[in-house]
Design a protein around this ligand. Structure first.
Ligand SMILES: [Zn+2]
Length: 151
């Protein structure tokens, strides 16, 4: 991090806090050369991932949607919200670690099933049976959302 006063490359971090609203980290720094202080905001760049549907159309990956689908599959099962969050987190990590910026909805479905299987067999079967019928996770999630809206 270059000092804005003297251009020196080395500074020490005096204070670091995350700003929840903006997904960034605010750092108070002191230049090791001139001793002046300045503040930096570092943002974690989130890459956008597109989900390829069975008809080849694309839609932006939406972790919230995915989470809702998993919650539905786990309804009335002894699966905690933190377990669901872990599954979503695992999948997100998997997607962001891959170099592709696109993922087939079928692959996404497999990822959900792999993770769900480890947590709860019944939820897994439930998800797998509905998912296979739709053969497209996006359609499945849309179906779930419509269903939820009608209740
Ligand atoms: Zn400086």
């Amino acid at each position: 991090m270059k000092c804005i006063y003297c251009g020196n490359n080395e500074s020490k971090v005096l204070d670091s806090r995350s700003c929840d609203e903006s997904n960034s980290i605010r750092r108070r720094r002191e230049c090791l050369s001139c001793g002046k202080r300045f503040t930096t905001y570092e943002t974690i760049e989130t890459t956008h991932i597109l989900v390829i549907k069975s008809d080849e159309s694309r839609q932006e990956f939406d972790a919230e949607k995915l989470k809702r689908g998993i919650i539905r599959a786990c309804e009335k099962r002894p699966v905690t919200m933190s377990q669901i969050d872990t599954i979503v987190g695992n999948i997100e990590k998997e997607l962001h670690n891959s170099l592709d910026q696109e993922v087939r909805s079928s692959r996404l479905g497999e990822l959900v099933m792999d993770n769900l299987k480890k947590v709860d067999e019944v939820s897994y079967i439930r998800f797998a049976s509905v998912y296979r019928k739709f053969a497209d996770l996006t359609h499945f999630i849309e179906f779930i959302q419509e269903y939820d809206n009608k209740r």
